[in-house]
Structure formats: C-alpha cells, structure tokens
Design a protein. Structure first.
Length: 674
C-alpha cells in the first residue's frame, strides 16, 4: 500500500496528468486488466479450460484461476481465490484435469474431476513442478522439478560462542552459471524428471545425473518411455546451445539418445499413434539469430525429416493432429501470430494470423493455442485494444469466446493504433511500425512524439494491446513503435543484419520511422522523445550518443558497455559465443565500437536511466556506469532504481505504473531541446 501512495504523490506532482479526461486510461487501471492464456481444449471438443489472469491490488501480483468456456461462450469458474493456477492439461479420457497451483501454500500438482467438479492437491512436493504430462494410459503424470543437492562449504569459522550473533556466512560460488534473472543465485542441484501416480501419491525420481532435464516431456504410445530434451554433455557450459532428444525408460531410468547434431533439439511431441516424434531445432552456425525448424522422425530416432525448409520464420508450439497425419504449429510473420497445419507429405495451409495478445504491458508478438480431436482451434487473440481473449475457429465458424476486459475498457477512450510501413534510407528494406494516437486526436494540432523501442534485440512488436503505449497516448503523446532490422518475423536475413553489428543500421531504421511520422504534419519537432527497454535501452543510449534531435530520453535496463555486460550477465557463456566473435579481451576494439559508453562524450540529451535492482540479465551496474559517465560529462541525468525487480520490471503491476510514471515525468519536464 505504501508503494501505491508513493505513486499517487508522484502523479499529483506530475503536470502531464493534470488535464487527463475521466475516461482515458489511468495508471491505476492496470490493476483492472485481465487476459486469457494456456487454453486446454477438452478431448471431446465441447469446451476449453484456460487461465484467467488478473492483477491483485493487495498483493501487487499477477494471479490466475482456471475457468471453462464452452463453444458458445458461456463462462464458468473451475477454481477461485487468491492463487496462481496454471498449466492445465487433460487426461486422455477427459475425466480429469491436472494443473499446478500454490493454493495449498506451495506449488503442488492438483487434480480437477470433471464429474464432481471438485479439485484437490495430490502431491506434497518440496519444489515446484513443471511440464506436466499425462501418460497415454492415464495412469501416470510426468513432470520436471528442481532437486536440491548438497555440497559442503570449504570454510567453517571456528570460535563462535553459543548464542552469539555473527554475520551471515560467506557465500562460496564455483559453478559455471551461478545466478539467473528472475530466480537469483542458483542453489546446488539440478532439474530432474519425475513420475507420480495419476491418483496422487509419492513421486518417483527417474533421472539422477548432474545435468538439467527441464523442458517439454512427451510419453511414448505404450506409456513405457518419456521423450525429453537436455544438454547432457560434460562440457555443456562451452556448448550452451547444443541439446539433444533422449528416451527415458520409466521402469529403470535407462536413457537412450535419439538425436546427435550440433544445435538445439527441443520440444518433443510423440504422435497419437505412437509412431513419430515431432520436434524443434536447427543446425547451429553460431549466429545471434537462427531459424527454429520443425522436424519429424520415427519414435526410435530413425528417418529424421526437415518439414519447414522453405519457411523463413521460426516455428513454435507444435501439436499433432488426432489422426497422426500432420501437425499444427505457430510462427510469427510481420508481427502477426500465425497457426498452420501441415501434413507429413509437406502440404501446408495457414489457419489464422490473429494469434497473440499475451504481453499486455508492451506490444510484443506471441500467443498460445490448442486444438481439438476434430481440428477445431482455440487460441489467444491479438487486438490493439484489448489484452488476450480466446477465439474459437472451426471449419464452419469463427467465434470470440471471451471478452474479459469489456467491464474495464469498453467505457475508456483508448488511443487509435495505425499500422505503417516505410522505407529505410540505408537500403531497400521496408520497415513495419505502429502509431498510437492520443484519444480525441486532432490532426490540426501539434503533438509531442515518443519513439518506443523494443528489446531482444531478436524479438518483434505487433499490433497488440500494450498498457504502456496506451498510457503514454492517454497523456497526449503520439507514440511510434517499430520493428527495425534485427527484429524477428521478417525472415532470417532481416534478423541477421545485426549479427556482430549491433547497434548499427537499426538506428537508421528508427530515425527513418520518426521522419515518416513527422511528415504527416502533426508532430512538434521540438518535443521528440525516445525510450526503450533492454535492447531498446541499448538503442536509446546509442541514439543520444549519435544525435541531439530528442528533447529527452529514458534508457531502461540497458547494456552500456558490452565488455562489462558479458562478464556480469547471467547467460555470459551464451552471449560471448553468439553475439560476439569471441571473449572481450581478445576483441576489445569490437566490443567498444558497439558500446554506447564509447559515445558518451557526444551526449547532450537529458537522459534518465531506469532499471530493476535485481536485474541479472542487464545488471544495474550497466546503468550505474552510464549514470556516472553522464554526470562526469555534465549531462543532465537521473537514475531510477526499482527495488527487488528483475529484468521483467512489469512483473508486478505497481512497477509497471512506476516505470510509465517516471518516463512521463521526465519527458514532461523537458519540453524542448532548444
């Protein structure tokens, strides 16, 4: 509650909010948003269970309950209360739904019985289960779970008297990957595979090696083996992208390797007839971006076949058809989520390009879907004006099944979203973007413009609802967000333009987008602003080091110095191998050429920095060194530190509010760069 009061004080002191009309989107409206995710179609196809996500204002957390919606759109809750229910998965006979919930005090496997409509926890696990998967005979549930190990500390201090209060003991670290963004410092142990009787009871650990066995699980048709993906190499640290598929015997834990190539193999799915495995992967060429392809092979690992050789977009979320004759899968193209069906002979048809809507804070692409035995699709639907709802699509109809935000947003004046395409002045690339207009937009007026830049850098924005964008537009700003080169969903070549070359001509693409909006005639060129997070923070810092056309900038969770970044980020063994030609001390000139810190002497733009204090992906030390460099250079600057926040700052709704409020505060107080 104290945090919300602090935000209220900030809002009252920020004049940009003073003239906001009553029906525009406000910061506190973030807590009213809901969205649908993880649809699980009942085996008979008559209804779908999904997670109804909501923002709990008292705990400042995103929570979720399970709801069901039939094919006519009738909604009914399955679970309730202040809990986080997720990962629903149906038993083969459709009588029982398994899911994970913390409603009993810790994350446990729960079962919901369709006939009685009762649910209860059926495990007493000491860790959090993931990747729930039913055996085809319905007798077992497989799952993965982190399993702690023990390792004695090398030093024990002598002489502590009984009852003495000494400092916490030193933490001794010698593991390769020792901390992870959003999870903190890694304890001793590994993720292992377990099975538990479907009726509940004692779980049995099947893997025991010193390797991590996370990721999707899939049973063979005889319910005797589990197919999984893992990097079980002794030098996995040196080969972070080189996983294989394995077959695990439930009876004795014997493991058989099914694939063997240089590159990732993951997300196995055994066909309903038990004869084939579909999976995702690619041949690793050490590029910063590489297309994920779809493969199919015999269940014993024989006769592998590449199914998407001519598709220039990365594949995700594979599901078999009920007759085992083909697969459904998703991919993003030009910022839109596509779902396609492809039979085993290679014939493909696109079923929809409307999937998305899951990232309600910023307009990233990405969604989820499920399919019935009859081939009816249920998917999360992308919309510029609403977070994800569920859509049903059959051979005969399309029907929107949910409207979760009509109560919160139908009476609001939201900013109109317009898709634009423009040419890059560097080459003949067409660049896609979107403009968010302020509510009640008047083209005869002059408006301030915010350029908002996505992270990744190998991700993509879409024409989806984004609370941050709408909140900026609600305060009178035109907002431009684009997919410059390096973005995904435009083909492999477009994404690879920034391989060992980032930032570079993506800067040109962004400036061309600003010019394209200015040409429309309603932008005040003395009130241009720029912000972005993560990769967008890199580009924002790069921009102020290469131009002073912006009146102010907010650099969120950035990389400022690639040399220090790769030596402090959580995935440092990956970054040095795929984003750079080698380790920094052997390529210092390359690292510094692309580091915004190298151009701090050029910066004249008032620049604020904003980062979570628990960010281990782009550690706050990056922010600190840029803040101090700007101070030494005499540039007006400020630093906003979000306590306990990881890289995903908006994981807590009040942090999302803080982020937007501080960005608008900074921009409103810098009305001109003249």
């Amino acid at each position: 509650m104290k945090k919300l009061l602090t935000l209220s004080l900030l809002l009252s002191a920020t004049s940009v909010y003073a003239n906001a009309s009553d029906n525009t989107l406000k910061l506190e409206d973030v807590f009213q948003l809901e969205y649908a995710s993880q649809p699980a179609v009942h085996p008979d196809g008559g209804y779908t269970v999904f997670v109804r996500n909501y923002m709990d204002i008292m705990s400042d957390r995103r929570l979720g309950n399970l709801w069901r919606v039939d094919n006519k759109g009738e909604l009914r809750p399955l679970t309730g209360g202040e809990a986080n229910d997720h990962s629903p998965t149906w038993s083969p006979d459709g009588k029982t739904l398994a899911f994970v919930s913390n409603r009993s005090g810790s994350n446990q496997i729960h079962l919901y019985w369709a006939d009685s409509r009762d649910d209860a926890p059926v495990t007493r696990l000491t860790g959090s289960p993931s990747n729930l998967t039913w055996s085809p005979d319905g007798k077992w549930l497989a799952f993965t779970m982190f399993t702690p190990g023990s390792k004695p500390v090398p030093v024990s201090l002598p002489g502590k008297p009984q009852g003495a209060e000494w400092a916490q003991p030193a933490r001794y670290i010698d593991k390769d990957n020792y901390r992870f963004d959003g999870a903190g410092y890694a304890p001793e142990g590994y993720t292992q595979i377990y099975v538990v009787p479907a009726s509940g009871g004692t779980p049995r650990q099947l893997t025991h090696d010193e390797f991590n066995h996370g990721g999707q699980l899939s049973w063979t048709g005889d319910s005797k083996h589990i197919i999984f993906s893992a990097n079980r190499r002794d030098n996995a640290f040196e080969q972070p992208n080189n996983s294989e598929l394995y077959q695990l015997a439930v009876a004795d834990g014997a493991i058989k390797q099914l694939t063997d190539r240089n590159g990732p193999d993951r997300s196995p799915q055994v066909s309903p007839d038990g004869k084939k495995i579909a999976w995702l992967g690619y041949d690793d060429e050490r590029m910063s971006y590489q297309l994920t392809q779809l493969y199919v092979m015999d269940v014993d690992g024989g006769s592998p076949k590449l199914m998407t050789s001519e598709l220039d977009y990365s594949v995700d979320s594979v599901k078999w058809s009920a007759d085992s004759r083909g697969v459904y899968f998703s991919y993003d193209r030009e910022g839109k989520g596509h779902i396609a069906y492809q039979n085993l002979s290679g014939k493909r048809r696109v079923l929809t390009d409307s999937m998305g809507g899951l990232t309600y804070t910023r307009p990233y692409s990405g969604g989820s879907f499920d399919v019935s035995k009859d081939g009816d699709l249920v998917f999360t639907m992308a919309s510029p004006y609403r977070p994800a709802d569920l859509m049903l699509q059959t051979s005969k109809l399309k029907r929107k099944l949910t409207a979760l935000n009509e109560d919160a947003l139908a009476h609001k004046e939201l900013g109109r979203i317009e898709e634009i395409w423009y040419e890059s002045s560097h080459d003949d690339y067409k660049i896609q973007g979107w403009i968010a207009y302020p509510p009640n937009f008047d083209p005869t007026r002059k408006y301030p413009l915010i350029l908002e830049i996505h992270g990744g850098p190998h991700t993509a924005y879409a024409g989806s609802f984004a609370a941050e964008i709408q909140l900026m537009a609600a305060q009178g700003y035109v907002v431009l967000y684009t997919n410059p080169r390096g973005s995904t969903s435009y083909g492999e070549k477009f994404a690879q333009e920034i391989h060992h070359n980032y930032p570079s001509n993506d800067y040109t693409d962004l400036m061309d987008g600003v010019d394209a909006v200015i040409e429309k005639g309603f932008i005040d060129e003395n009130r241009l602003y720029v912000t972005g997070g993560s990769g967008g923070g890199v580009l924002t810092a790069w921009i102020v080091g290469h131009t002073d056309r912006f009146a102010a900038a907010v650099v969120a969770k950035p990389v400022i110095n690639w040399y220090s970044f790769v030596l402090t980020a959580d995935a440092y063994n990956y970054f040095t191998k795929y984003w750079f030609p080698g380790v920094p001390w052997e390529h210092q000139e390359h690292y510094m050429k692309y580091s915004p810190i190298s151009y701090v002497g050029n910066v004249k733009t008032p620049t604020m920095l904003l980062t979570g204090e628990a960010d281990y992906r782009t550690p706050i030390s990056e922010t600190e060194q840029y803040y101090q460099a700007l101070k030494l250079a005499g540039v007006e600057t400020a630093m906003v530190r979000i306590p306990d926040a990881p890289h995903g700052i908006a994981g807590r709704p009040s942090n999302l509010m803080s982020k937007v409020a501080y960005i608008l505060h900074w921009f409103d107080n810098h009305k001109s760069n003249e």
